[in-house]
Each structure stands twice: as C-alpha cells, then as structure tokens.
Design a protein around this ligand. Sequence first.
Ligand code: ADP
Ligand code: MG
Length: 453
Amino acid sequence: DGDSYGVLPRPCHALVLLNPQSGSGRALDDFQAVVQPMLAEADIATTVFVTERAHHAHEKVRDEDLSQWDTLVVMSGDGLLFEVRGTWGWAELGCLGQEPSSESQSQAGNGKGEMAPSLEQSSHHPCPALGRGTVGSAPPRLAGAAGFPGYHGSFIPTGGERADGASRLEGGHEKPLCILPGGSGNALAASINYYAGYDHVAKKKLLTNCTFILCKGLYTQMDLVSLSTASGKRFFSFLGFGWGFISDVDIDSEKYRWLGSARFTLGTLQCLAKLRVYQGRLSYLPVAAEQGSSPAPRDAHAPVTNGHIPQPAGTAAPGSLPPDSLLAPLGQPVPAHWTVVPEEEFVLVYAIYQSHLGTNLLMAPAARLHDGCIHLFYMKAGISRVTLLKLFLAMSRGTHLDLNCPHLSYVPVRAFRLEPRVAAGVMTVDGEALACEPVQGQVHARLCHVLSG
Ligand code: ADP
Ligand code: MG
C-alpha cells in the first residue's frame, strides 16, 4: 500500500506538547537529555509547549494555527494524546461548545485533582502566545513546504470556527502525529515500537526508539474507532475501549502514576483481591462473517485481515465525519448477522485496536496500525484469581492466548456493542474514564497519520 506512507520534510518543524507531570515526572528532563539532541542531528526543530494543567494541550491545539508545523508530537502518556485527539467530531454532533471535559474528562479526572478549565480559560484565542507554556522554541518557518502535500492549517477544529478545518478527513491529508513515551501508560508508543520490529523495551530505551522513529520521519495511516454512547457522545478512539477488570485497574491505579508502568502491576494485584463480575450483553460483527466463514476465536497469530474494509475517506464528504455504516441505532437490536455472546456475566471486555495495552502488556500480537480490525477480548465470569494472574503475566510476552483458557475469548471484529445491565462503575476509552452506559463502535480504517518508522 504505497500511497499510505509519507515522509516528513527537511528541515522539519515539530510542535511538541509535553506534560511534565506525566508518569514519574521526568518527561521534561528526558526530553532535554534524550530527545532534543537526536532531533537536532536529524534537522528537526522543535517548539515545546509544556502543559500546566489538564486540557491545556487541547486548548492549544484547538486555538493555534498549526500550519507552521510539520508534525504534532505528544510527549506524555496516552492520556495527553487522547486529549488532543479525542475532541474530534464534537462540532458535527451538535456538541458545539461542549468541551469533552464536561462529561468524559470530568468523570475521568486525572488523579491530580485538576478541574475542567473555566469558561474564561477555554475561550478561543486566535493565536495564543506560547508564553508560559513554552520552554524552547526555534524560529517557525513558512508552511507549505514543497513536496509535502499534507499541508492544512487545522488539526482539530472542534469549535468549527476554522475555515480550513474541513480538510482533515480527506484521507492522506492530515498532519502526522508522533507519540513519545513520557507517561505511565504508553500503549501506543509500545505498539509502534513493536510494529517497527524493535526489541521489547521500556523507559529510556523505548523513548530512544520512538525518537529515532521521529528522526527517520516516515509516517503511515492509523485506524480509529468511532464509539457512540447511549447518551449521544461520540469519540474517535485510537487505542481501546474497556469495561470491567482492565478498566478498573487503569482508573484505580492513576493515583500510583509516579510508579511509572509498575502502577498497572500494583493495580492488577489490588483489583484481583476484590475480583468482580460485570453483567451485560456483548455483541459483535466478526471479521470472519464478511469473509463467508464462521468466526474463529482465539488464534492471535493468524493474519486477521487479508482483505480490506471500505475506506471512509472515499465515502465521506470532505470535512464530514465518516458515518457508522455497520451499526444499528442503540436501542434497536444489532443486525441479524452479528454474533451475540450467550453469556452475560463477564470479568472484562476489552476492544483493543493496537497491539499493546501498556508498555509491558502485549495484548493483541496480531494487531497492526491499519489492519482495519478491532481485536475483541472478553473474559467470562467464573475464572479463578490464579488463572487471571497467569494470563496477565503471560500477556507480558503476548502468550496469554496460548494458555487456552476457556474463560478468555478473542475474536477480530469490525464492530461491537456492549450493553451493561446496570450503569455502575466505569468504562474506559483509550485509558480515560467514561460513565458506564451502552456503547457501540466500529472501526474506520486509516483515519489519521502517525510516525511509524
Ligand atoms: P500518564 O500516563 O502519566 O497518565 P497522561 O498523558 O495520560 O500521563 O496524562 C494524564 C493527564 O494529565 C492527562 O489527562 C492530561 O490532561 C493531564 N495533564 C496535562 N498536563 C498536566 C499538568 N501540567 N499537570 C497536571 N495534569 C496535566
Ligand atoms: Mg494516562
């Protein structure tokens, strides 16, 4: 698929959004010690925007004219990428002016007690000065470099006020994103490191690999999953949707962010102690259903997609969001060719679109950036704590499916629906909390670009 790759121009100018509080709080030091020297060698100039609070990055990306940068780099955990990425589509859905903070983000919090930004803070500045947010800046150069067709002014026009915003969905014309691991949850960075064929590493080595990928400048397309909730929210999610055990670990362990990725190990042990059952109905559209064969669960190593799914870019009008053509409205039954899981008691449901759930958790070894596929895992109630722990330990090597645990199912799907019986507890979108309610989603292939090596 030759047309799905691109390369950054040289010299290149990157806007770096950096959360100094992410993970164990070393992101800024690591950026200066590890990242900046490598980028300088590669002729990549940076403007660093250091966030001071939750939603700061979102406001920056929303209000700034991004045309002077060739790439948007996020140095934090997955949460900061979600913040700038996850706002996509609010205007289209009649949520104009409604910040994601008003629902999902305030539910989510960030473990640090930040409040949603006040109206005054979130008012639109045509071009806010980098001011306090900036630690270092190279002179911006003129946009529109020859040989780089993907040049459009706006990245996420949530307010709908940007005239040039309409171009964001024309496939192949969006500014590429780069994620540099600075947080405690760095699932996308770990996935990209894995796809690039590098050794399984963490911490500074993972950061070095991801910086090297940025230096090389090669980017490709990434699938996003459109998630809709019964209360009318819509998200474009890049990593995964969860309910039950994993989501609880994710949210409960945010207070241990300072531990880095070890926060998930501690959280897993704590959640194991109070293992719960979650009741609801899970349905899905298996990839195999389209190919005329029966669904074949639990073979993580089989190639999941030989064919491809229709590309949204060709079907959606420029600037409009791609329609969820595979989904029936929530409240109506799922289409007849969907599979409904007969059991309604679960320990967890997790729909992951990239390989890694965390730096050390290789959940979907078969996943690729644009495989057009949601890798759906669910665990039925009745599993013992010991088995659950074994599965999580095996997941560090991606061998959990080899254990052939009868409680764990895996199926590659295009779409799914989850209808929890009671609205208690949390769900997660890309690791961020969401109030529990019926949710469904479908994959949209190749909806954005990421640096991929
Ligand atoms: P981690 O992996 O450590 O959780 P994230 O990137 O997920 O790192 O960031 C967690 C949250 O911190 C995000 O929701 C983001 O909005 C918030 N945030 C960003 N900048 C700051 C800051 N300067 N102080 C506190 N919180 C911040
Ligand atoms: Mg996080």
